[in-house]
Write a protein that binds this ligand. Structure first.
Ligand SMILES: [Ca+2]
Length: 368
């Protein structure tokens, strides 16, 4: 044995739960008269947190998260009891303005144990008494004490849950007693739980994308649409392996998907940003080479051409009325305008393209 300690204040002591903080200090919850006490790694008593004296509050289970917040569960109530949850720092300071959260399930409830998952959601376990009937009672809250759901298992007869465990896949284990009519038997249960995945879909300018389909595939297939602010929410059972992605052909997002293998706890901020339409744009219609005369009669003949491949030469031949070639017009740009006729006498001439395919011959009349 490394160490032990007997702490003997006045009266009977009733330890109920055990937990460690990040420094391996040992925390013990007490039904009454103290909420919890803590010992250091080497067994030195370091803290005693005095009773929360409201409505006969009883400390039952204790759990600490990775931030060393102390969660103490139990029950309270002058007549019928309700589940209770207290959150302290390691010095015993109450972290909620209302000190203790209460979770009334509608009858007389007794809470006996607590466990936390990876995101500090709290699982409180116990039972509910209704006349001669007793049923399994389970409450899940977020780390701020807001109830996410409660669950009752209405097995016939009396069941009293005394301890809870949650594994890394989100499955919940319960143990306690079941009354068989004559005496109390051992009861062990494993249950799964619904988990919520939420996030937001935005486009490349940061604007929310409304009515955008987001689909979950894997052990279950679900598809939902985003709301007017781009948010979506999916509820699915723990333990499955899933891939989540926005689902409309032609769109890409960052990230392309979120995967859970398996899904073990609630997932928030599962956002998809920078939505972009990625379909290849319609290619520009290929322009075929063409030319025209913008001025065919006058002191200057103006020829406009376009659509010629870059680097190739558009070449036009000029013939006089007798059919004799008198000039050539050349260009090496893909489109442009050239003037002709300044150095030629008035009369009738013909212009025809000689580069590329044979084309029409056009009559021009320079005048002076
Ligand atoms: Ca029952």
């Amino acid at each position: 044995m490394l160490w032990s300690d007997f702490w003997q204040p006045i009266g009977n002591q009733t330890p109920t739960g055990l937990a460690l903080d990040s420094e391996k200090s040992v925390y013990v919850s007490c039904k009454t008269p103290y909420m919890w006490c803590a010992w250091t790694l080497d067994g030195t008593l370091k803290r005693i947190i005095h009773r929360y004296e409201v409505e006969w509050a009883h400390g039952e289970g204790i759990a600490l998260n990775s931030a060393d917040h102390v969660f103490l569960c139990g029950d309270m109530g002058l007549g019928a009891r309700t589940f209770m949850l207290i959150k302290n720092d390691i010095y015993g300071k109450f972290l909620w303005p209302d000190s203790a959260k209460r979770y009334d399930l509608g009858a007389d409830e007794h809470c006996r144990d607590i466990k936390l998952d990876a995101i500090s959601d709290c699982y409180l376990a116990g039972w509910q008494v209704r006349g001669s009937e007793e049923d399994v009672a389970l409450v899940k809250t977020d780390s701020a004490g807001k109830m996410l759901w409660s669950w009752m298992d209405t097995l016939e007869g009396k069941q009293e849950i005394k301890a809870i465990e949650v594994d890394e896949e989100g499955y919940i284990y319960l143990t306690g007693s079941h009354h068989n009519g004559d005496n109390w038997d051992m009861l062990v249960m494993k249950v799964r739980q619904p988990l919520t995945i939420t996030g937001r879909v935005t486009d490349s300018t940061g604007k929310p994308m409304e009515d955008f389909p987001v689909s979950l595939s894997g052990d279950t297939t679900v598809e939902v649409l985003t709301d007017t602010s781009g948010y979506y929410s999916i509820e699915v059972y723990n333990g499955g392996s899933y891939t989540l992605s926005p689902n409309l052909p032609g769109w890409t997002f960052s990230p392309a998907s979120h995967t859970y293998s398996p899904l073990a706890y609630r997932e928030f901020d599962q956002d998809f940003a920078d939505g972009r339409w990625t379909e290849i744009a319609e290619p520009p219609i290929k322009q075929s080479p063409s030319w025209e005369l913008t001025s065919s009669v006058g002191s200057q003949i103006v020829l406009k051409y376009s659509g010629y491949p870059q680097g190739s030469h558009a070449c036009f031949a000029v013939f006089d009325a007798t059919g004799r070639k008198v000039d050539e017009i050349k260009s090496n740009t893909s489109s442009g305008i050239v003037a002709w006729g300044k150095c030629y006498g008035p009369g009738v001439y013909f212009i025809r393209e000689v580069s590329g395919n044979p084309s029409v011959t056009r009559k021009v009349i320079p005048v002076r």
